[in-house]
Ligand binder design. Structure first.
Ligand SMILES: O=C(O)[C@H](O)[C@@H](O)[C@H](O)[C@H](O)COP(=O)(O)O
Length: 259
């Protein structure tokens, strides 16, 4: 039975630093247990800030970078060298500064890659990459990711799955193309909620008052069609890492000690 935990930090900087520290601990434990680990990255300010904090951490090299598989939960369908690309931001924040095995960095295709402007082909290709990485123990065509990092929007999107969008109704495919996305840029590639739920741990990381309603609704049982982040659950654990403002509308159960 999956469990949900909520941890509230005083501010966004502390949230990012603490999430990075948690990543070191969890990835080291997973690698000690099974030799390798898999981490799914997210775009967005908080997600990239966590990677920057991980790069700066004095404990970061306790992780065996050569045995870490990197994936993305979503990607903006833009040219490879665009500053809007999640992969480029992640490389600048962390990936290009640690000794990862390049063959274990599984990026989604850019709009100037081998599929050109065909975002559907690029999404289908990533689905096949996931299928190729899944093993018999995964019982399907998506790996059981050890940790999936996700952000969320004020209206409840996560990855690039937006409320009432075609992606939120997708129950067959693991990866879809997203068009006319309310958050620019408009064309993206995203894991679907069923694929997100293949993760052992889902870590939802967000800060700011603008997210408080979505956080409170998601933690009080909102439906995933209207609030996709409510459907982002790990099959082992769902961990919400928040700053005080994003947690501002939660019940007292989740409020940090007043001291
Ligand atoms: O590619 C993206 O834009 C992200 O995957 C998106 O889901 C992001 O995580 C949220 O919109 C939160 O972004 P902020 O942390 O910047 O609020």
């Amino acid at each position: 039975m999956s469990k949900t935990e909520v941890v509230v930090y005083a501010n966004q900087d502390l949230l990012a630093a603490a999430a990075a520290a948690r990543l070191v601990t969890r990835l080291v434990d997973v690698q000690a247990a099974k030799g390798s680990a898999s981490l799914v990255l997210t775009g967005g300010g908080t997600g990239i800030a966590v990677l920057s904090e991980l790069r700066a951490s004095s404990a970061r090299d306790a992780i065996d970078w050569s045995r870490l598989d990197i994936y993305w939960g979503d990607e903006r369908f833009v040219p490879a060298d665009s500053d809007e690309r999640n992969e480029k931001q992640a490389r600048e924040a962390l990936l290009d500064h640690v000794p990862l095995d390049p063959a274990r960095i599984h990026a989604m295709a850019p709009s100037d890659g081998k599929f050109g402007s065909d975002v559907d082909a690029a999404a289908a290709d990533y689905a096949s990459v996931l299928a190729s990485q899944a093993g018999p123990e995964d019982h399907g065509d998506v790996p059981s990711f050890d940790i999936m990092l996700l952000g969320l929007g004020g209206e409840g999107h996560t990855a690039s799955v937006f409320p009432e969008s075609p992606a939120v109704y997708e129950n067959e495919r693991s990866v879809v193309a997203v068009r006319n996305c309310p958050k620019p840029p408009p064309t993206r590639i995203s894991l679907t909620l069923p694929a997100i739920r293949r993760a052992r741990d889902v870590w939802l990381m967000t800060a700011g008052e603008a997210k408080a309603d979505a956080v409170a609704l998601a933690l009080s049982g909102a439906g995933e069609v209207q609030l996709p982040v409510a459907g982002a659950r790990g099959h082992r654990r769902t961990l919400w890492l928040l700053d005080r403002t994003a947690a501002g509308k939660l019940t007292k159960v989740y409020q940090p000690p007043t001291a």
